[in-house]
Design a protein around this ligand. Structure first.
Ligand code: CO
Length: 220
């Protein structure tokens, strides 16, 4: 792994900007006029899970919000205003919560580990753990950790679906789909958790099925 210095970051930036302009003249000025992303990504702050690189999306193509353990709390003005802007103003068509296997925040929730101020934030992941205690019970730690990473993404999709932003958008007939995914640090692949919610009517069934799939994966 390279450890770049600050000077190198500026050098890389200048090289990148020059390369982009050379290969695709007008790339930057084209983006100046407006951003019109089709996607919003809510992911973990973990440096190993960069939204654009993983999905091959370019500047201008994905609106991003990240926090520790990709949690969506209805009282979090930061996250909620980002979602509201994406849905109401940018009119994104897909909104995905992307957890990742091996998430340190999720592991801390699982083990009741103290890591600092984030303990209070991770309380929300513990709520997910407690909600699904029956499913998680009796699994060895690796499986329990994987399953909670998946369940956490699924439950955060549920939280978005219950937000006034999404309820209002769906009520006025706006087409916005929610998705729950989980990214593997081991092989770079995204697992679709099939928590795919096209509208308010599809919510409960999608949630039931997605949780059942988690259960069937861990019981293999
Ligand atoms: Co994480």
């Amino acid at each position: 792994m390279t450890t770049a210095s600050i000077d190198e970051l500026f050098a890389h930036n200048q090289e990148w900007a020059a390369r982009m302009e050379r290969d695709r003249p007008g790339f930057f000025t084209g983006l100046l006029a407006q951003q019109k992303p089709r996607y919003m990504w809510i992911g973990c702050s973990d440096s190993r899970v960069p939204a654009n690189q993983i999905t091959g999306l370019e500047p201008g193509e994905v609106f991003v919000h990240r926090n520790i353990a990709n949690v969506v709390v209805p009282t979090d003005l930061n996250c909620l205003s980002t979602i509201q802007y994406a849905v109401d103003q940018l009119k994104v068509e897909h909104l995905m919560v992307v957890g990742h296997y091996g998430c340190g925040g999720v592991l801390a929730a699982l083990q009741d580990a103290r890591i600092g101020l984030a303990d209070n934030w991770i309380r929300h992941v513990k709520d997910v753990r407690d909600k699904h205690s029956e499913l998680l019970e009796g699994l060895d730690l690796q499986w329990r950790h994987d399953a909670l990473c998946e369940l956490n993404a699924i439950e955060q999709v549920l939280n978005i679906a219950h937000s006034t932003v999404m309820q209002d958008a769906w009520a006025r007939g706006q087409k916005v789909q929610l998705h729950g995914w989980c990214y593997s640090l081991t092989n770079g692949l995204i697992t679709n958790l099939h928590m795919t919610v096209p509208d308010v009517a599809g919510l409960e069934e999608a949630h039931r099925q997605a949780v059942a799939e988690v259960a069937s994966r861990v019981r293999k």
